[in-house]
Design a protein around this ligand. Structure first.
Ligand SMILES: *Cc1c(COP(=O)(O)O)cnc(C)c1O
Length: 400
């Protein structure tokens, strides 16, 4: 079947909640994907950073196939022989004492919200059901009804109320706004260290450190959503480490399974993570042996292939080279590691048409918001591949 036929089927039978580029991928390998006509593309989105290890990484594939042939799901009603090893390896790698595994990123965010509320009532002694969580404008934390309740993006929430109360929105990047919003009922501050979906928005230097200091002083939990920025994407294992900040809770997902299988987790220490009691939270698939085995392999690949270091080195080179493109459309190139945003001027007519042209040139990138092109290839990318891509990107960004 041809691409156009697949697209027709999708339009006819699928809900219309995405606006994908018209490329029908049938195979992926490392940084490359191939469409049904056999054309090759460089993946510069990495499934929103879920593919930090590249497509179909052989080590993760092996772990998945082996585990799938043994046992895939036990439910947490019983124990399995993968989850304890996943816990231990995640603790050793992240520096957190404990974790709680879920599936999607949004579920892990919900898990952290519930935990922060529980901490507020049990430890901080906030009056029951009065806890508040401070979040930032422009945030993206997922799509559940509670999470979209504190989104500031009209498309994410307009027709989906009524909304969950208990959230206070402050401007992103402004620590004094957080300071002012804190009151005795504040349980937590939850932010992304870089707002990925918000358009690769990098807060002012020192922001994370300041927020952490404020939280410590005011007895408020600091929760970092590192679902997109974590696991090496920005050139550190966690983006908060650029400012030597260790949040009370860190939320990860996406690349935790290298794109094979949904696995997410909340990381924390015993005083918070130890609060959940049997029956208070759970998930049928969360912590299943297949997901745990896949995630163990995905973490091992990040360590053994030094993907964090490679993201720092290649990201710096890629950003520098993008910034040198002489294009009248570009307003700014910004990024950390291999999370790079190219913001176009409003008069460029939106990022979409550039992404469509890049697709024709063999590079898959996606507009985020209207005017930003995000470049976030797998962290396995090497300099020669960036050098292959740059003239193609230059040609598209310098078109009229
Ligand atoms: C993708 C993302 C989520 C949601 O993850 P899902 O797996 O899509 O539910 C939450 N927070 C951030 C920062 C993300 O990038």
């Amino acid at each position: 079947m041809k691409s156009s036929e697949f697209i027709q089927l999708e339009k006819k039978y699928g809900a219309n909640n995405y606006h994908p580029l018209d490329v029908v991928i049938e195979r992926g390998e490392g940084v490359w994907v191939y469409d049904v006509e056999g054309n090759r593309y460089l993946d510069c989105l990495s499934a929103y950073s879920a593919l930090n290890q590249g497509h179909v990484h052989p080590e993760i594939l092996k772990a998945m196939v082996e585990q799938a042939s043994r046992v895939t799901l036990t439910s947490r009603a019983f124990r399995n022989d993968q989850l304890p090893l996943f816990y231990k390896e995640l603790a050793e790698m992240s520096g957190y004492e404990m974790s709680l595994p879920m599936n999607s990123g949004a579920e892990a965010v919900e898990t952290a919200i519930k935990l922060a509320r529980k901490w507020a009532y049990q430890v901080k002694k906030v009056p029951r059901h009065q806890a508040e969580i401070i979040v930032a404008a422009g945030n993206f934390h997922g799509r559940t009804t509670t999470i979209i309740s504190f989104s500031t993006e009209p498309a994410y929430r307009d027709d989906f109320g009524p909304f969950t109360p208990g959230f206070v929105i402050v401007p992103y990047g402004d620590s004094s706004a957080i300071e002012k919003a804190i009151n005795p009922n504040t349980a937590a501050v939850m932010i992304e260290p870089i707002q990925g979906e918000g358009g690769v928005i990098i807060p002012p230097a020192g922001y994370l450190k300041k927020v952490k200091e404020i939280c410590e002083r005011e007895n408020v939990l600091f929760i970092a959503d590192e679902i997109q920025t974590g696991l090496g994407r920005t050139g550190k294992l966690f983006a908060c480490q650029h400012e030597d900040v260790r949040p009370d809770l860190t939320i990860i997902g996406k690349a935790l399974s290298g794109g094979f299988y949904p696995v997410s987790a909340v990381l924390g220490d015993a005083p918070t993570m130890g609060l959940y009691q049997p029956g208070e939270h759970g998930s049928t698939f969360g912590g299943n042996p297949l997901g745990a085995a896949v995630a163990r392999a995905a973490l091992r690949v990040i360590r053994e292939e030094h993907l964090v270091e490679n993201a720092a080195v290649q990201g710096e080179y890629f950003s520098e080279q993008l910034a040198e493109i002489p294009s009248r459309h570009i307003k700014e190139v910004r990024g950390k590691g291999l999370l790079i945003g190219v913001e176009l001027k409003p008069e460029a007519g939106g990022a979409r048409r550039f992404c469509e042209k890049m697709k024709d040139a063999g590079i898959l990138a996606k507009e985020t918001h209207q005017h930003v092109i995000r470049f976030a290839p797998p962290l396995t990318i090497q300099r020669d591949t960036i050098d292959w891509a740059l003239p193609r990107i230059r040609e598209v960004l310098t078109m009229p």
